[in-house]
Design a protein around this ligand. Structure first.
Ligand code: IMP
Length: 221
């Protein structure tokens, strides 16, 4: 969104996420602007099903559900990896590609660790296999990008949306044990290391999430 008419006033804001890491990160980013984040888990809010067809749709529906149930301004995010050769899949299905059928339980030091019922080595292997299955010419296109969408919804129904992005290329095999998700197979443009090998602070400066939050802070404060 480029035209933003609404500002965020200091006070309580629900973060529509049950992920403690995400909430800590968001609290650190918004705290200096007088925002007191409250997590959806603290309020016992249920997690809605992500039925949207875009990152923005899913962020908006999560924020709207939290706002409706709490009566407070709510913020939600949705993110994922888009692979050019695969028509931008897995995209909004990035987390779902890692759903663990328990067929592969990697050791802890293997890149693409298990997060709850999600196995990201399995998800990265699927990305690699689907690219290879396209044949040698198509498989040369290893361009990919991460997207992070943010939605802020007010109790009167008004919403503001922001989208951040980081471009890069995929490598195989995955490298590095930092980060999470698809980090070990993604090299951001202009760098040699994967997000899984990079110092986490360096990743956080250039990530899709940083880009989206920069846009949010610029527009809403
Ligand atoms: P969300 O919690 O619904 O936004 O799920 C996003 C999914 O996209 C995560 O589970 C990861 O698979 C992937 N993803 C999003 N951001 C990143 C990132 O910074 N690094 C690696 N994977 C990511």
């Amino acid at each position: 969104m480029t035209e933003v008419s609404r500002k965020l006033e200091p006070g309580r804001l629900v973060i529509a996420s049950h992920n403690k890491g995400k909430i800590r990160e968001i609290a650190a980013l918004l705290g200096p602007h007088g925002i007191e984040p409250v997590s959806a888990a603290d309020l016992d809010l249920p997690e809605p099903e992500e039925t949207g067809t875009s990152f923005i749709d899913n962020a908006d529906l999560k924020a709207r559900a939290a706002c409706d149930l709490s009566g407070m301004v709510a913020l939600a995010d949705d993110s994922g990896l888009c692979v050019e050769a695969l028509g931008n899949r897995p995209g909004i299905f990035s987390a779902r590609w890692a759903l663990n059928g328990n067929s592969h339980v990697p050791p802890e030091d293997e890149p693409g660790h298990v997060e709850g019922d999600r196995d990201f080595m399995r998800a990265m292997q699927r990305v690699h296999d689907e690219i290879q299955a396209l044949g040698p010419e198509a498989a040369e296109n290893l361009n990919a990008h991460f997207v992070c969408a943010l939605a802020v919804v007010w109790p009167d129904g008004h919403s503001e949306w922001f989208e951040g992005r980081v471009d890069g290329t995929l490598v195989w095999p995955p490298r590095g044990t930092n980060g999470f998700g698809y980090d070990p197979m993604f090299v951001p443009a202009g760098h040699d290391q994967t997000f899984g090998e990079m110092d986490p602070d360096a990743k956080h400066r250039i990530s899709h999430r940083a880009d989206a939050f920069r846009k949010l802070v610029e527009a809403l404060f």
